[in-house]
Design a protein around this ligand. Structure first.
Ligand code: BDR
Ligand code: CA
Length: 327
């Protein structure tokens, strides 16, 4: 395969825990990702910047705080941008529900704690500045907070080891025929981020559609003891039924693939490519135009996840979640 990459990062952690920062808009699948990061023994999780996306910011922030409380995660949470750089916010509430996630049983108990700060962009920039090692930036929502940080301090790019994102697609979209949700929600931000001088690793819909969650997987989570596990199972049940009311149609796992890569990079295959964001298209705004041709290699600006051992990734996600919920 032209440009196929052998890069197996993150690899052995010879220099100690890898500092990571999560940018997110929870979201069912963002929830799973948070748990998988918290459980990873090789990471030092510096913070969470919340962004508007799956739902308006007040809701995604409340969800992030509620997830943190339910699972007693030790990580600061910051309030980020409440709207895209241009245009108005277009959420996924019509699919995910008014709260950006929903349950077929137990609701997510609301958090008592407030966010640790109201300026996620400043908090991210401070974390990058103070980290002794370059930070791995994990983005699983619209890229508004990250673009705003790079606009405010372009030099901050040098302190990012790699931006690892769920978003875009080498093939068809989901929010529109051409565009994936996170990219469509803020195309200008995506454009800034894809043109910035940093290393990028993109997990798009083409990859996530190889990683399928089935009702049998939800049934497995339901067997785990404890109220947090039941609450998660009830939400996963609702997520799994997005494509079919009776759960017969498998549902792709989106955001957790990024965390799965941090756990087991060998489950994924990558290809270097040139990615540009369509800003003008009448039918294609927010599309990630991925040039995988050999001729595009000299201008490559991302490592695209192209292949995954889907059943192994789902098994890994469940294994990590089970361990996290038993801790
Ligand atoms: C992405 O959109 C959101 O709904 C999910 O959380 C994921 O980040 C998938 O297109
Ligand atoms: Ca998300």
């Amino acid at each position: 395969m032209a440009g196929a990459s052998q890069d197996r990062r993150p690899g052995p952690l010879a220099q100690g825990p890898r500092p990571v920062w999560l940018d997110t808009d929870p979201g069912f699948d963002d929830w799973l990702t948070m748990l998988m990061l918290a459980a990873h023994p090789g990471l030092r999780w510096l913070g969470i910047s919340v962004v508007a996306g799956n739902a308006p910011l007040d809701i995604t922030l409340a969800n992030a705080l509620a997830i943190r409380q339910l699972h007693r995660l030790q990580v600061p949470v910051y309030r980020g941008c409440d709207r895209p750089i241009a245009g108005t916010l277009d959420t996924a509430q019509h699919i995910l529900g008014a709260q950006g996630l929903r349950s077929t049983g137990l609701p997510l108990p609301p958090a008592q704690a407030l966010p640790d700060g109201d300026d996620a962009v400043a908090a991210l920039l401070a974390a990058l500045r103070h980290s002794p090692m370059p930070v791995t930036l994990i983005a699983i929502g619209p890229l508004t907070n990250i673009a705003r940080a790079l606009q405010a301090e372009p030099d901050a790019a040098a302190r990012i080891d790699e931006l690892v994102l769920m978003g875009g697609s080498t093939e068809r979209g989901n929010h529109t025929p051409a565009a994936e949700f996170n990219m469509h929600a803020d195309p200008e931000a995506a454009d800034i981020v894809f043109r910035a001088g940093l290393r990028r690793r993109m997990f798009g819909l083409n990859l996530c559609r190889q990683v399928l969650l089935r009702q049998a997987d939800v049934d497995q989570v339901r067997q785990w003891p404890g109220q947090p596990a039941q609450c998660l199972a009830d939400h996963l049940d609702a997520y799994q039924r997005i494509r079919s009311a009776n759960g017969s149609v498998p549902m792709p796992l989106y955001d957790p693939v990024v965390a799965a890569w941090l756990w087991q990079p060998a489950l994924f295959g990558f290809q270097s490519a040139r990615v540009d964001i369509e800003l003008q298209g009448r039918f294609t705004r927010g599309m990630t135009v991925c040039d995988l041709r050999p001729a595009a290699l000299p201008a490559a600006n991302a490592e695209l996840a192209m292949t995954a051992d889907g059943p192994a990734v789902v098994a890994l996600v469940l294994q990590v979640l089970q361990r996290a919920l038993q801790a």
